[in-house]
Design a protein around this ligand. Structure first.
Ligand code: PMP
Length: 999
């Protein structure tokens, strides 16, 4: 390929038409008199949106003077082919079509420039979405693949041009832009171009390529929940006959620019989707990362040239270009940060190609070498693999952050005389450390032999030392026949140096006293044994890219003579598939693409890839996940006795006393149940038995559980969408007293009137109300506090009508709201029945009902009652442990302090982000009410879901709630720290900023 004729357009080539000129042009040639033109940002040409006085919107494109007419003819020929209604080669994706002038021409010469009018393609640019995630990366790859397949059969002489945007000419472009690049930029260009120069040009298939699948050129429809459905591809100005992979490279580069920290993962999605439409050959897969880097370099250099040499281009174009400068820089850096060998493995895996042929033959190659012992004086049989994976039972209570605790656990895990071995291919917690936004790689690529420091390490076969990092890691190349992988040892005090050739059985060094390789902290002293198909690979990789990493660093079991491989864990897709076959479908999952959750600790949850996620939604784990007191209480009592609640044992009395001590004296009778639904069901029965009445009052938008009786109160639009038609006449619904959207306004009195009316209606049906059932703070409505005085007045009215008042404290009770232990206390209420669950067992199925003794007595006269495991010994011990921990750890106070901080920070965030309409709630039960418009408080329902989906990317678990699914429900474990709260708000801020930005 010759770069000879390449030149970059400068300002003399740039069209500078004014809006008025554009309007005159379309009027004169296309008959669009009275149309209004708006200039859009563009690179080297000018684009105007034309809105005719009548008829459909079109685009006026004025090409730069350097663009030959033949190229525009090529573009039009391609657009006509792609638009063929018979073939529809792009499926549902649309493309623009040229519109002829009054004189029947498609192209009009205006001075040195050529103007065209094209149909307006439907949709919004993906760039407007602010980021690229897996699904969007797949959309980019799919569009690029369809396009590449559609272009394969088209040839045109004008496509065989020497062209700036042909990635093959990236080096020439860099030279031409050299004067406009900083030294740092130039250094990055050089690195990327060196990779590109290594591409085997002759091995890459060529065809007509579009070369410009950017987030600006892929249009689609954004649903409010963030899903993007592609509708069109625009801007066919960069067509050129070049490498076929130019298209997948541009799509991958667009994805990388959309989230540079996830460069490789996003590329894998782009490539897999592309490959489904247009299969990549192995040579193409192997060349792709250097070509992506080349594309990144090309974009950076071209942009620098454009921005810094073509001063005075139109304002719209200058602003448009500005947005690219930082983006291109970050994306190029991200591409260069990845080892191309690792990228190649990931790309091959995404294409379903053999990931790493050398790695695949590793077993046979090693067997041929017949390796001798690696450790002097330690028999292979003494090596015992142990589980250090995310789900290990060896390490609890965050022991994974503490080398001494790990050492103790390992010593206890193997018999005397044996040595623990950390397994290959395991995603591990040690090293995950304090949760980070970009966690450390967790997938261990070697076996860790926890043998005594000083143990002599021997050469298992004849080797040459090819690397020594000076920090206890060496790499050894086999001198035997075949291509055995490199042997990488770390945690060593080496006795050999570079280029030494120790023979089989020769001493390589001794195991160091401390784990010296920084990447393995905080493990105790050990020898890390890793096979690697190439030099310089790290000890751990990204668990999300497991297939690639484990192929690059094959299983060292054949070397060690012991199976040290971790058993495979099911993938998310496998688990979802299995669930779908046997788990009843109404049991929905959080997240569009859920990942398996394995472990919890405090306010954090770790997924199967050892990725830490801050659990901001889990009101069940009130103390935090895996609380040791709860674990101990449950295991100790399980080991002693667990039976139904009709035997006599101490725990029930003790627990009931402890509960009663948290409640006002009149609520001294406790029933034990298994769940919130059961608790509310029982509460309703108590009320009906005691009053002899049937009718119930509930607040609109409530959820109190799923049993037949309780569901008759359910008016939550998500949980009972058809409630307006399916409630019995005995249910009386009070309009929700909501500060932003209450049907009767923000004040209490109209809602109290509604309670009066409901009581009157119940009386009119005969009898009157049995009970008013309500959460004292409306948790399911999104942590909404009713207007001051409402609850107390409602209780009064109901009582005056002979009904009972039931406080549902399943969500809002147990210290969560900070100021008071029970939410009803803050309202000054005196409920007749209190129902509690969720937090009560910290996840153990347990709840209770507390009531006036006379209600229990009335019930007893009617029927006995029991719920088998509810008040059983284990449940009571667990319940006691939870209550005591809340008290001894000051969790209610913590909820008040951290909750106030969190609320203040969220409210401060609202100042910059109008989508935050109001922050409801108190303590650690908050609701971030998202609105489309503060004036109307229109709920931003889909947006809330989109934000929650995206928050997981930044390590935070949150879910929407509320009648409109527009409230972020903030109800984390009460052990949440100020740091955790800041982490969550920072992540939310990142997501909100990202949403408002354009790629
Ligand atoms: N009451 C309220 C206020 C609830 O939020 C729930 C559950 N979300 C229940 C009762 C029912 O509890 P469970 O799921 O334990 O049956």
């Amino acid at each position: 390929m010759s770069d000879g004729a390449l030149s970059l357009p400068d300002q003399t080539h740039a069209p500078r038409f004014t809006v008025a000129q554009a309007e005159a042009l379309v009027a004169e040639h296309w008959g669009l008199a009275g149309a209004s033109a708006t200039e859009l940002g563009s690179y080297q040409d000018q684009v105007f949106r034309i809105d005719p006085s009548d008829g459909a919107r079109v685009a006026l494109k004025i090409a730069g003077a350097q663009v030959e007419r033949a190229v525009l003819e090529l573009e039009h020929a391609v657009l006509r082919t792609l638009d063929d209604p018979e073939e529809r080669p792009l499926g549902a994706l649309r493309t623009p079509l040229p519109i002829v002038t009054l004189a029947g021409e498609e192209i009009v010469a205006v001075g040195a420039f050529h103007a065209r009018v094209l149909t307006w393609a439907p949709g919004d640019a993906l760039a407007g979405g602010g980021f690229v995630d897996d699904a969007r990366a797949r959309a980019l790859g799919d569009a690029a693949g369809r396009l590449s397949a559609a272009l394969a059969g088209i040839d045109h002489p004008a496509a065989r041009r020497v062209f700036q945007w042909d990635v093959r000419h990236a080096a020439a472009v860099a030279e031409l832009a050299r004067d406009h690049l900083t030294d740092d930029e130039w250094a990055m260009q050089r690195r990327a171009l060196a990779w590109l120069a290594g591409v085997d040009d002759g091995a890459l298939p060529r065809q007509l390529a579009y070369t410009d699948l950017t987030a600006n050129n892929l249009l689609g429809a954004f649903a409010a929940d963030g899903t993007f459905t592609p509708t069109a591809i625009v801007d066919f100005g960069d067509l050129v006959h070049t490498w076929r992979i130019a298209d997948v490279a541009s799509a991958a580069y667009a994805a990388i620019a959309g989230d540079p920290a996830r460069a490789l993962e996003l590329t894998a999605h782009v490539v897999a989707a592309f490959h489904d439409r247009q299969a990549l050959e192995p040579a193409e897969a192997d060349a792709l990362w250097p070509v992506i880097a080349g594309r990144a370099a090309l974009c950076g250099a071209s942009l620098a040239h454009q921005v810094r040499s073509v001063a005075g281009s139109s304002e719209a174009s200058a602003a448009y270009l500005d947005t690219f400068v930082a983006r291109d820089d970050a994306a190029l850096r991200a591409a260069l940060a990845v080892d191309p060998i690792v990228a190649r493995a990931v790309i091959r895996d995404a294409c379903g190609l053999a990931v790493c042929p050398v790695g695949a033959q590793s077993d046979a190659q090693l067997a041929a070498l017949d390796p001798g012992p690696l450790l002097d004086g330690i028999d292979r049989a003494a090596l015992m693999p142990v589980d250090l994976g995310v789900g290990t039972s060896l390490l609890t209570e965050r022991a994974w952050d503490d080398a001494d605790a790990i050492a103790a656990a390992l010593a206890g895990a193997v018999p005397d005389g044996a040595y623990a071995v950390g397994r290959w291919g395991e995603a591990r917690l040690p090293g995950a450390g304090r949760p980070l936004q970009d966690p450390r790689p967790a997938l261990h690529l070697g076996a860790d032999l926890f043998v005594p420091p000083g143990t002599t390490v021997l050469a298992p076969y004849d080797v040459r030392v090819i690397a020594d990092d000076g920090h206890g890691a060496i790499e050894l190349e086999s001198l035997g026949p075949g291509r055995a992988p490199i042997l990488r040892l770390s945690g060593l005090e080496p006795l050999v140096g570079i280029d030494d050739e120790p023979r089989r059985g020769a001493r390589l060094g001794t195991v160091a006293a401390r784990a010296v390789a920084a990447e393995q902290a905080p493990l105790p002293a050990h020898l890390h044994v890793q096979l690697a198909t190439t030099s310089g690979l790290p000890a751990a990789g990204d668990a999300a890219l497991r297939a690639a990493w484990t192929a690059l660093c094959p299983d060292p079991s054949p070397l060690l003579g012991v199976d040290v491989s971790a058993p495979p864990t099911p993938t998310a897709a496998e688990l979802v598939g299995r669930r779908e076959r046997v788990v009843a479908t109404p049991q929905h999952l959080y997240y569009r693409e859920p990942t398996p959750m394995v472990r919890g600790w405090g306010a954090w949850i770790y997924d199967g890839d050892a990725r830490p996620l801050l659990d901001m939604v889990n009101n069940v784990a009130v103390l935090g996940h895996a609380h040791p007191a709860v674990t101990a209480a449950a295991t100790e009592q399980f080991a002693l006795l667990n039976t139904n609640s009709r035997f006599l044992y101490a725990a029930m009395a003790e627990y009931a006393e402890a509960i009663a001590a948290t409640l006002p004296p009149h609520l001294s009778s406790i029933f034990f149940v298994n769940s919130g639904s059961e608790a509310l069901d029982l509460a309703i029965r108590l009320a009906r038995v005691a009053t002899g009445r049937h009718d119930l009052l509930a607040i609109e938008g409530a959820y109190h559980g799923w049993t037949g009786a309780v569901f008759e109160l359910c008016t939550h639009p998500q949980d009972n969408p058809g409630w307006r038609g399916n409630l019995p006449a005995s249910t009386h619904v009070i309009p929700q007293p909501h500060p932003l959207r209450g049907a009767l306004g923000p004040d209490a009195e109209p809602y109290v009137d509604a309670v009066r009316a409901a009581c009157a209606a119940a009386s009119a049906r005969g009898g009157g109300p049995a009970a008013f059932v309500a959460e004292p703070m409306l948790g399911n409505a999104g942590a909404v506090s009713p207007p001051p005085g409402f609850m107390a007045a409602a209780y009064e009215v109901v009582r005056a009508h002979g009904g009972l008042n039931v406080a549902d404290e399943v969500q809002v009770g147990y210290g969560r709201t900070g100021e008071t232990f029970w939410a009803f206390e803050r309202e000054g209420l005196e409920p007749d029945v209190v129902a509690a669950a969720k937090a009560v067992g910290n996840g153990h199925p347990l709840g209770f009902v507390a009531c006036r003794p006379e209600l229990a007595a009335a019930f007893d006269a009617h029927a006995p009652w029991f719920s088998s495991p509810g008040g059983g010994p284990v449940s009571c011990r667990v319940g006691l442990a939870v209550l005591r921990a809340i008290q001894s750890e000051g969790l209610q106070e913590n909820a008040a302090i951290v909750g106030a901080h969190l609320k203040a920070r969220l409210e401060a965030l609202a100042a910059d982000h109008p989508i935050i309409g109001q922050v409801h709630g108190r303590g650690l039960y908050l609701g971030v009410d998202l609105v489309r418009d503060r004036a109307t408080a229109e709920p931003a329902a889909g947006e809330a879901r989109a934000i929650c989906e995206r928050l997981r990317r930044f390590g935070v678990i949150l879910q929407p709630t509320g009648d409109h699914d527009n409230v972020l429900k903030v109800k984390p474990p009460l052990c949440l720290t100020i740091d955790d709260a800041d982490f969550a708000v920072d992540a939310l801020e990142r997501v909100l900023v990202e949403r408002a930005s354009t790629l």
